[in-house]
Design a protein around this ligand. Structure first.
Ligand code: AMP
Length: 283
């Protein structure tokens, strides 16, 4: 059995462990997660390891990015198996603070984000989400002072928000995006996939399949809005309630009306039963 990485649960323990990692000038990457690790998360860790970096994986289910009606309480928490998985990848350190360490009683600050954070995608349906994400990621960067941060393209708008924040606020953290890891049938891996019933799980790959079809149509010259309308119908008829299915500029995230306005990214968020799934791909 490979050895589990050490786990820091307090700031002094974290700082000691990071100082040790940095001995002999090693560069450090952080992989921020909310735990319930799957192969998508592990691919981020592998990516950092391949770059020769020391890897700190943070595991923290961040209360400030959940709205009261969302799934904070039921979000899967699987610390023991997470540590076993990270052992197999030789992750160097796990940062697993409690909520009281992150947000002591007199805590009073938040990072406000604009630009990609107000694109009318996730922000429209989860108004407090990106400020919660920016704040916790800003704190993680300050706590760990990494050289690199590895994020998944799975949360595409989040990747753009964090990249911009790091640049705008001179955080000196290079944000690296890693392509989405999928199940064999195309469903993007997600900690929330465990919520799906067997029927819902069979239906869920339609999100990816529909984006692939739209992409093929757009490449063949179809009109953007026509392809999106057809895609929304297909996803709705499969049993999803759609929040959005959009074609956006891949960097600025503003709406585009033709492939010529590209590079183009397709982004979708939809609910099946009680589970909300998001996905995206290059058009
Ligand atoms: P989460 O634990 O869901 O907050 O995700 C932590 C990090 O893992 C984020 O940067 C996500 O974008 C990334 N991630 C989640 N699912 C995947 C996936 N299927 N492929 C690649 N990265 C992922």
């Amino acid at each position: 059995m490979p050895k589990r990485p050490p786990v820091a649960r307090t700031l002094p323990a974290l700082h000691r462990a990071i100082d040790q990692l940095r001995a002999r000038k090693a560069k450090v990457a952080i992989v921020p997660t909310m735990g319930a690790l799957h192969d998508g998360h592990l691919t981020l860790v592998r990516n950092a390891k391949r770059r020769g970096l020391k890897v700190v994986v943070s595991i923290f289910v961040n209360p400030t990015q959940f709205a009261p009606h969302e799934d904070f309480a039921s979000y899967p928490r699987t610390m023991n198996t997470d540590l076993d998985k990270l052992a197999t990848l030789a992750a160097d350190l796990v940062w697993a603070p409690t909520a009281a360490v992150m947000y002591p009683e007199d805590y009073a600050s938040r990072i406000a984000v604009d630009g990609p954070a107000v694109a009318g995608l996730e922000d429209k349906y989860r108004p407090h989400f990106f400020s919660g994400v920016a704040t916790v990621v800003g704190k993680l960067f300050n706590q760990c002072r990494p050289d690199f941060a590895i994020f998944g393209e799975k949360d595409y708008q989040q990747l753009k928000v964090v990249t911009r924040m790091s640049r705008d606020l001179d955080m000196r953290v290079k944000v690296i995006g890693v392509p989405t890891v999928r199940e064999k049938d195309g469903l993007a891996m997600s900690s929330r996939n465990v919520y799906l019933s067997a029927d819902e799980r069979r239906t869920a790959p339609i999100l990816h399949r529909t984006m692939k079809e739209i992409s093929a149509q757009l490449r063949a010259g179809a009109e953007v809005e026509t392809a999106l309308v057809q895609g929304r119908t297909a996803i709705t008829e499969a049993g999803f309630a759609i929040d959005y299915l959009e074609a956006r500029h891949a960097e600025a995230l503003m709406p585009i009306s033709s492939m010529k306005d590209g590079p183009v990214r397709l982004l979708v968020a939809a609910k099946i039963g009680r589970t909300r799934l998001i996905d995206n791909m290059r058009a």
